[in-house]
Design a protein around this ligand. Structure first.
Ligand code: PMT
Length: 399
């Protein structure tokens, strides 16, 4: 496994503690082992029982009455954690951490651990802006062990408007995953194409396909988590732009081709998860095409550049990975594309299968390698598949 998986969640006493169980839920669903430590104030907002049920483990609040193993509890927890995340982190807890005050279970464990600590601040705007809080945050920022997550702006629980809102659980989990991922791609440039393209016919209509971008975005996020510089060249999708990637939005296949060309010299790994269109309307009509009475209508298409083939054949030392979206004869077509487009390996998915291919959270693929080997992977989450694809990329880079 590329990831460490033991997360210690520290919950301090702010109203956004009500969002913390969702962090536990998301992490456990992704296979992480989670333990929770709360301040007494936090138990006023959410009961320990909620966290206990979700993490399937004892929740730690008191310093002196919960010896569940032979070690000293706070030291055992501090050693156990691969990563500690404090969410919400109140002004009070942040300042205690900055100055080494260890007067409850949470701050004591934080002082004792050598694991990375992520701080998700949550407080009133004025408390966040206060000189004391800002100085404490600066002290924590100056320590390599700490990563201070941003806050969001908006209407706060106290009805003030401004910054100080805790990040959403989904975003906090994204930071945790990055912190826990081994940096096996540090120093590499990884270019990923994702999503559909749109080929315009007139001001109203276009030719496109069902790609949601989920497969390509999952690969981009995993490569970023592994320390790579990621260029994500994306057709139009409904997905959030991942943070900390070089995001390059495009519309047509021609634009996608030009975007790949711009970053290709710097690219070490090119992964073509997008579904570009092989054809585009031969002519773009400046005015809306009007209905021709009861007649049918023919549209003429001209070929688009084959991006994968063009760059696959110029790849040199780079690793180039292709996808094949097939509705039939998957093996034969995938193997043909593997050869013609000079991929290191090709990931073939059957787009007619339920929960695989376009739009789904999961995918079911067969991977064909240029050395003649093939692997039939089980149905899995696209995030997990992204990790398996990048493991294979690393093997290709070594050989
Ligand atoms: O985006 P999702 O909803 O998560 O769906 C994922 C996916 C089904 C889009 C993805 O898994 C996938 O299969 N992507 C490739 C889709 C495709 O265009 O397949 P293809 O068999 O037509 O093309 C073969 C390869 O050539 C692909 O790597 C493709 O990116 C590339 N290609 C195709 C045409 C073209 N003009 N230029 C290209 O580079």
């Amino acid at each position: 496994m590329m990831k460490n998986n033991r997360v210690l969640l520290g919950v301090s006493g702010g109203i956004s503690a009500y969002k913390a169980p969702e962090i536990v839920s998301r992490l456990t669903k992704r296979g992480y082992d989670v333990r929770v430590v709360m301040t007494k104030n936090a138990t006023e907002f959410v009961t320990p029982l909620t966290f206990q049920t979700m993490s399937n483990d004892v929740v730690h609040v008191e310093m002196f009455n919960q010896l569940s193993n032979k070690d000293v509890e706070h030291i055992a927890l501090a050693k156990w954690a691969d990563c500690m995340v404090i969410a919400p982190a109140t002004a009070n807890t942040i300042s205690k951490l900055a100055y080494g005050i260890a007067d409850n279970m949470l701050t004591t464990v934080a002082l004792a651990t050598t694991a990375p600590i992520l701080i998700a601040p949550a407080m009133n705007t004025k408390m966040l802006a206060a000189e004391a809080t800002q100085k404490s945050l600066d002290v924590l920022r100056s320590r390599d062990q700490y990563d201070i997550l941003p806050t969001e702006s908006g209407l706060l629980a106290c009805q003030d408007v401004g910054s100080g809102k805790m990040l959403e659980p989904e975003d906090i989990v994204d930071y945790i995953e990055k912190a826990l991922t081994k940096k096996t791609m540090a120093g590499m440039d990884v270019t990923v194409t994702a999503g559909p393209t749109k080929e315009r016919l007139d001001p109203v209509r276009y030719l496109s396909n069902h790609s949601s971008g989920k497969m390509g975005y999952a690969i981009a996020i995993e490569a970023r988590n592994r320390g790579a510089r990621v260029h994500l060249i994306s057709g139009p999708t409904q997905l959030d732009i991942p943070r900390d990637v070089d995001f390059i939005p495009v519309e047509s296949t021609q634009e996608m081709f030009e975007a790949v060309e711009k970053v290709f010299d710097d690219t070490d790994v090119l992964i073509k998860a997008a579904a570009p269109s092989d054809y585009k309307p031969k002519a773009y009509a400046e005015e809306k095409i009007k209905k021709q009475g009861g007649q049918g209508m023919a549209i003429e298409f001209s070929p688009n550049p084959d991006i994968a083939k063009h760059f696959g054949n110029k790849k040199g030392d780079r690793v180039v990975v292709g996808f094949a979206a097939e509705s039939h004869n998957m093996e034969a077509y995938a193997k043909k594309k593997l050869k013609e487009k000079n991929f290191n390996f090709i990931v073939a998915n059957n787009i007619t299968e339920a929960n695989a291919g376009f739009g789904s959270e999961t995918n079911h693929v067969r991977i064909f390698d240029r050395d003649g080997t093939e692997e039939n992977l089980p149905m899995m989450d696209k995030k997990e598949l992204a990790a398996q694809i990048l493991d294979r990329v690393l093997e290709n880079l070594k050989s």
